[in-house]
Ligand binder design. Sequence first.
Ligand code: ADP
Ligand code: MG
Length: 693
Amino acid sequence: MKLSDPVTTIKGVGDKTKNLLEKIGIITIGDSLTYYPNRYRKYEIAIPFLDAIKTFGQESDEVFKGDDAILVKIQNPAILKQTKRMPIVVYKHEMAGEKLEVVWYRTAFVKSTLKIGEEFVFCGKMERSGKGYKMEHPEIFPVNKYRQLEGKYLPVYSTTKGLSQNTIRNIVKEAIDLKEEGDDYLPDGIIKNAGLDGYDKCLRMIHFPDDLELLKNAYKRFAFDELFMFCLAMKYEKLTAVEQENKIVIEQTGLAKNAMEKLPFTLTDAQKKALSDIFSDIGDPKHIMKRLIQGDVGSGKTIVAFLAMLEVCENGYQSALMAPTEVLARQHYNNFVGLKEMLGLDDLEIIFLSGSLSAAQKRDAYERMQTIDKAIVVGTNALIQKKAVYKNLGLVVTDEQHRFGVKQREGLEEKSNSPHVLVMSATPIPRTLAIILYGDLDVTVIDELPAKRLPIKNCVVGESYRKTAYRFIEDQVKAGHQCYIICSMIETSENVEAQSVEEYTKELSSKLNKDIRIGKMHGKMLPKDKDKIMGSFACGDIDVLVSTTVVEVGVDVPNATVMMIEDSGRFGLAALHQLRGRVGRGEAQSYCIFMNSSDKDEVAERLGILNKTNDGFVIAEEDLKLRGPGDFFGIRQSGDFNFKIADIYRDSDLLKSAAREADILLKKDRELSLPENNLIKMRLSEFYEKIVL
Ligand code: ADP
Ligand code: MG
């Protein structure tokens, strides 16, 4: 069996299952192996009812706590009650004066299952009820069956409608069994230095962990693998790349300077510094520019990029700006069109390209890209698809870089003969890590927010504050401002997203003043519909926008002054910081309301950090401290760099060791041609395949 064999090789996987699996991205056996669980369900040791009472209510600090597992020997027959709405089965248990009442709904057959004298394990939540205890609708296991599960962790995967956990579990299990135990692709030296467990063992343990320690080791191994491949790919490229001289020397024409004077604001010193770094790069005949501009949300990166693109165009070359989402690309486009008009740049073309354009619109965009010199092309990753051909691309800019793989960025660079490269990111990364992660780029930091900005006022509140929050939103709207509400999302399966936005909006409209115009947006909407909503919000036709995190990245509506985030405990701090960055972009006072519906202290503590500071760097560091480096199961900070398991903050030590090991390896075997590095070389090419579009 090969990892590239279709998943239908596995016994019992027919067409129907195959289609369902495809929906969650599992096509080959290999895909199923790397379909890591979201969480684990633990089967606690079953304890007899009387013992369970003794420990009832005691807090546990286990990472995964399973349901209560109560062992009961049936004493008397269960009773079946027919209510108007449904049949209910009630079993009443009494021992040494302690009472337990167990209830099942709509499952009349339970009555006959519970035979007198037999032992069962009831798996669910045991609660106090009056003078006794109660369990509602627990799962029932014959005791022998439960013993086989006892103490184990079962994986819980994210899935799609019609595909059960058990089906996925069985497929993964089968795939692991089928996979021939082979040589580890990492050489012994690396495994030893980094303190890792073997690959095959980790693969089993990440899906079906025997215990927590082994699971942690598996996480560590796969996080290391990801980081190591990332570092290796980057360093390998760098070694093999030839230093390119600058064939696109850009001279300052004065256009950008002129434009700066006409802007309604003065650039901050940090923006000016970034611009001067860029100009000295692109004007230097010896090297092409490869620069990262790192600046916190709202620091004004876009205008810096725009001014650079202007000069490039004035020198007779095209520029392109690639954004990670349709909404963001469209926003940049509109922004640039506005700037062009304001500055009276009649001969500058702004071209928009995205996958959602009609065929005719695309054709038109392609044609203009091939014929017009003085053009700024703005779009999504449609900019790097085959059909996109440029006339003379001189500068490529990627916004919110972390959403793109390195390869995607390079895809755009390859569209022309070594254009200049500018990358913009709002992800705060300590310099030591930035040097590893962006090894091929020079870094400029914009460490200053535009003057006249008032710091955002924050509050972390519970359910009791909701009414006040809605009144507050009404007042802000009355004062002419706009608000975002990021609504709660319980599960991340299909349709749920849309549904929760719909429901929330409905509920909200009954609570807010009737005149308030509420809009809604979610990821399942067509790009053009999202654009429409974003457009109406930007021009003030919508007062309150209910949305999922699709507004997370880069969206800029300076008139919005309130960001309310439901159930904020479910996000990483970095994501929350990004969300918050959608407000406080104009001169009016802005507010961020973090709703916290969790009663856990650690959630409150985490959110407290956001309450205290608006500085992205501080937030990232504090969050890391709070979680400690050993916390493998917490919420990941952000989807940066598209890692599946690794988290650059939490795993910063692993990242450093991965970088070190990659260095050592390449020093010894630059071409990876030694036999012991054969498997690594193969992995590296697979790694490339995966990240190419
Ligand atoms: P980000 O760095 O998060 O991408 P943007 O480039 O979207 O930030 O800028 C945020 C907002 O600040 C925009 O509305 C922009 O026009 C405005 N802006 C940018 N630079 C300045 C400045 N120097 N003074 C005042 N406002 C500015
Ligand atoms: Mg931005």
